[in-house]
Design a protein around this ligand. Structure first.
Ligand SMILES: *Cc1c(COP(=O)(O)O)cnc(C)c1O
Length: 444
């Protein structure tokens, strides 16, 4: 048996590289930034022509999520049932100090990463999927429908639906559906009904499918299919995995945990970094820290890492639709245009034409910087490999952008001698996407 004293000395000798909370220390409320924004968030609008999308919103969305979308309450209670599901999904998730990576990079910076890869489906998306399915079940729905691009959202929703006792239907962008066989099986194991999009089973999809059965698809098209499918069935509701205010709200559990964990490390970040597609993991991680900047005068750099195939934060800040078929209201956001064709990449979760209205507003007011990496993804994945060799975790292809950006910032610190604390979010693991790495890095 290990003696008590040796246990204590082992603890003392430890170089602290991980902290976690106890389950009863998990934040019991999500943080809603809407009342704290520097100016009010421009509301969604109807287009000049056609039927009112705003009036149709209650038919598209889960009631509680719609309420949260416009709530001015700063703190919103996480229901006990959702807390139980969070426990099942492995919350809280540790904050690591990347001691090995710091050594490898020979940087004076302190690097910290949040481990959203500790997720049953591999990504942060379960944080909102569980909440949405729980609310859907409460409201009496029997089925949820959705779209997915990279496949992580589809997997997360299939998982959450299974746990909540709901059926699930997923429309999956064909260019990714075709290569992520393991994820397809994963969703089917969870009982999901999965269709490559554009599919012949919706009218939006059929037009495109008939023109070209191998149509690569896009997130915007798949959203339109998910919406249409839910509209045809009164027992079904549609769920969206990013962009909207309530999704970012649910994701703030990431940053709220991280803030408490930073206290346990007795440190505070100078830079907060994450990858950004629609903005949910970036928002979830960053918004609780942005609150400190807005209300407490803290100085933090926020950097969103993107792909040059979808650098939506460099697009136009204007009203645009969230989906291809123009079924959603128009949102004021940075956008590349909802009909934009974007080349497939391995980090496909970053390939979306618009950025969350909340993040867009903060970007417009100068709080958020952005960087867009090359479409060949070689540099990004090489940096993910550097991270993996040092820390042992394989980031999701999307998360690799966050890792890459953090490494570049750490290298700048080596050159300048600055002892900054850099926090980055690893939004998911890449265990189901290794073929993407194999393909880009030539690992055969
Ligand atoms: C979906 C996804 C993203 C991108 O979506 P956001 O809404 O911008 O977070 C990033 N990382 C992972 C692991 C994802 O699954």
């Amino acid at each position: 048996m290990l003696k008590k004293r040796s246990l204590q000395s082992a603890q003392k000798a430890r170089k602290k590289n991980m902290v976690n909370l106890r389950f009863d220390e998990i934040p019991a409320q999500w943080y809603n930034i809407l009342p704290d924004l520097p100016v009010p968030l421009p509301p969604p609008q109807d287009p000049k022509e056609g039927p009112s999308r705003l009036q149709n919103l209650p038919n598209l969305m889960i009631g509680e999520c719609l309420k949260q979308e416009f709530s001015t309450e700063r703190w919103i209670d996480i229901p006990g049932g959702v807390m139980d599901l969070y426990a099942k999904a492995g919350r809280p998730r540790p904050l690591f100090r990347a001691t090995n990576l710091e050594k490898k990079l020979d940087t004076p910076a302190r690097l910290y990463y949040k481990s959203e890869f500790f997720s049953p489906t591999g990504s942060h998306k379960v944080n909102t999927a569980l909440a949405q399915c729980w609310y859907a079940k409460q409201q009496g729905f029997e089925r949820v429908t959705t779209e997915t691009g990279a496949g992580q959202w589809g997997t997360a929703l299939s998982y959450a639906a299974a746990l909540a006792g709901l059926k699930s239907t997923v429309f999956w962008v064909r260019s990714v559906y075709n290569w992520k066989k393991d994820r397809l099986s994963f969703m089917k194991l969870l009982g999901a009904d999965v269709h490559a999009s554009p599919s012949p089973i919706t009218s939006v999809g059929k037009v495109l499918y008939d023109r070209n059965p191998e149509h690569a698809g896009s997130l915007g098209i798949a959203i339109s299919e998910g919406l249409e499918d839910s509209q045809k069935d009164s027992k079904a509701t549609y769920c969206l995995g990013s962009v909207l205010n309530h999704v970012l709200l649910h994701q703030t559990i990431i940053g709220l945990e991280a803030k408490r964990q930073f206290e346990l490390f007795n440190d505070y970040p100078d830079s907060v970094i994450s990858c950004l597609g629609g903005g949910s993991n970036f928002g979830g991680f960053a918004l609780p820290f942005i609150a400190d900047v807005l209300k407490k005068g803290k100085k933090i750099r926020f950097i969103a890492a993107q792909s040059e195939v979808a650098p939506n934060l460099q697009g136009k800040y204007e009203y645009d639709f969230a989906d291809y078929a123009e079924m959603t209201p128009m949102l004021k956001m940075y956008t590349l245009g909802h009909k934009m064709d974007m080349e497939p990449i391995k980090g496909d979760g970053l390939r979306y034409h618009g950025c969350s209205p909340i993040i867009s507003l903060l970007r417009n007011k100068g709080y958020i910087e952005t960087i867009a990496y090359s479409r060949d993804e070689k540099h990004v994945f090489e940096m993910a490999k550097v991270f993996m060799e040092a820390e042992g975790w394989l980031p999701a292809p999307e998360s690799a952008y966050s890792v890459c950006c953090a490494i570049e910032e750490a290298i700048k610190c080596r050159e300048s001698g600055e002892k900054k604390a850099i926090a980055f979010n690893v939004s998911g693991h890449g265990f189901l996407d290794i073929s993407g790495y194999r393909n880009v890095l030539g690992l055969d």
